[in-house]
Design a protein around this ligand. Structure first.
Ligand code: ATP
Length: 364
């Protein structure tokens, strides 16, 4: 196995920066998810690591080699795609054996590798079937097997679960995680699904507009998003973001709603952050589970109006309009509220986030 280093990697198409000065290091044996909305540059980044596209600038190393000028076949990688790319006419056995036959390995060694991979992925009983005789999840396992038999330094996976139904996705998610754990493999995994990234990866690279926004463990990205984009992309329901004005009073400060005029006094810690804002404006961020709903005015609570109420069984999600922004709140199902009801929402000063109103970066 091997680590991967990207240094100032660029890919341009005319004036479009598909990948813009992206640098990060994947340690040996790490599972890294490239995540972000459609068009953010995830697949392009993966294809640059694979060598399927020429770079416009920067360096990529795999293991201890700079691979900038190496063909994909010489990079010691295996790719798993969303469409599986299996040979329809060949049996599962032959699909797995084919990359090894191309490498002219002895027959006995090919057989051993195929049987080992089939055992690891629990597809031994499917070896004589054709791909069309397999379910989506089984086909995906064969695609993983075909990557596995090659014993690559690095696995590159591009949305491998996106053709599966929701239930199978969750199941295959755990299987890929176990696959990674058993092999201690280095994996770079592209997904637009932040939940997939959060649940599977050691680290996530959150991208937007070709730029790497944040590269850290899912726990750190969730707890300390660097800007409002990351804050709203990671977590479900998303972190709520409310643009507000800072009213400074020496070292103290409160936040004022430009729409509704109310003021929310800040703790000393948050006041120091708010006072550092570059233009007297901040975006207040709060996760649904940190908010408390009141049916009457309460200290530290600001007024809002209920928009929707969604019971899900053990938790009810409500959306509340506060100062023109939609705020997600999770509630105990015993709390009964109705659309259009006036409520008051209390923020947890220890768990709120403050972002600069101009740059959108987290205030320190
Ligand atoms: P998705 O989740 O939709 O697959 P992505 O994050 O993987 O999106 P990329 O496929 O990496 O995004 O594309 C990044 C940007 O580069 C997009 O704006 C895309 O339109 C552009 N792009 C990709 N390939 C080409 C190409 N061959 N020519 C021109 N622009 C391209």
């Amino acid at each position: 196995m091997a680590g991967i280093v990207l240094e100032h990697v660029m890919k341009t198409y005319g004036s479009l920066y598909a990948v813009n000065d992206v640098s990060f290091t994947v340690n040996d044996g790490e599972f890294v998810a490239l995540v972000g909305p459609s068009g953010c540059g995830k697949t392009t980044t993966l294809n640059l690591i694979a060598g399927l596209l020429p770079m416009s600038g920067g360096d990529i190393s795999i293991g201890d080699r700079v691979v900038n000028d190496l063909d994909p076949k010489d990079r010691d990688i295996a790719m798993v795609f969303q469409n599986y790319a299996l040979y329809p006419q060949k049996s599962v056995y032959k699909n797995l054996a084919f990359p090894l036959q191309m490498r002219k390995l002895p027959k006995a060694e090919i057989d051993r590798k195929v049987q080992d991979a089939a055992k690891l992925l629990d597809i031994t009983h499917l070896l004589e079937r054709k791909p069309r005789e397999l379910s989506g999840g089984q086909q995906q396992r064969v695609a993983l097997g075909r990557a596995l038999v090659r014993d690559p330094a690095v696995f590159l996976m591009d949305e491998p679960l996106s053709n599966l139904d929701a239930k199978l996705r969750v199941q295959m998610r755990s299987e890929i995680k176990r696959f990674h754990h058993n092999l201690n493999a280095t994996v770079v995994y592209v997904t637009h699904d932040q939940l997939e990234a959060v649940t599977m990866a050691d680290k996530m690279a959150v991208m937007n507009g070709g730029l790497l926004q944040q590269y850290d463990s899912p726990a750190n990205v969730f707890a300390h998003p660097v800007n409002t984009f990351v804050a709203s992309f990671v977590g479900s329901p998303a972190m709520s973001l409310i643009p507000l004005e800072v009213v400074s009073k020496g070292t103290e400060a409160s936040l004022r709603s430009p729409e509704e005029g109310w003021e929310l006094p800040l703790s000393a810690f948050n006041a120091r952050k708010a006072n550092a804002s570059s233009n007297g404006k901040v975006v207040l961020g709060a996760r649904h589970s940190t908010l408390k709903l009141h049916k009457a005015a309460a200290p530290g609570a600001v007024p809002g109006k209920v928009y929707t109420v969604e019971p899900t069984g053990d938790v009810t999600f409500a959306q509340v309009f506060i100062s023109g922004a939609v705020v997600n709140i999770s509630l105990d199902p015993s709390v009964l509220i109705a659309p259009d009801e006036k409520v008051w929402v209390e923020f947890d000063q220890d768990r709120m986030h403050l972002f600069d109103g101009a740059s959108t970066m987290a205030l320190q």
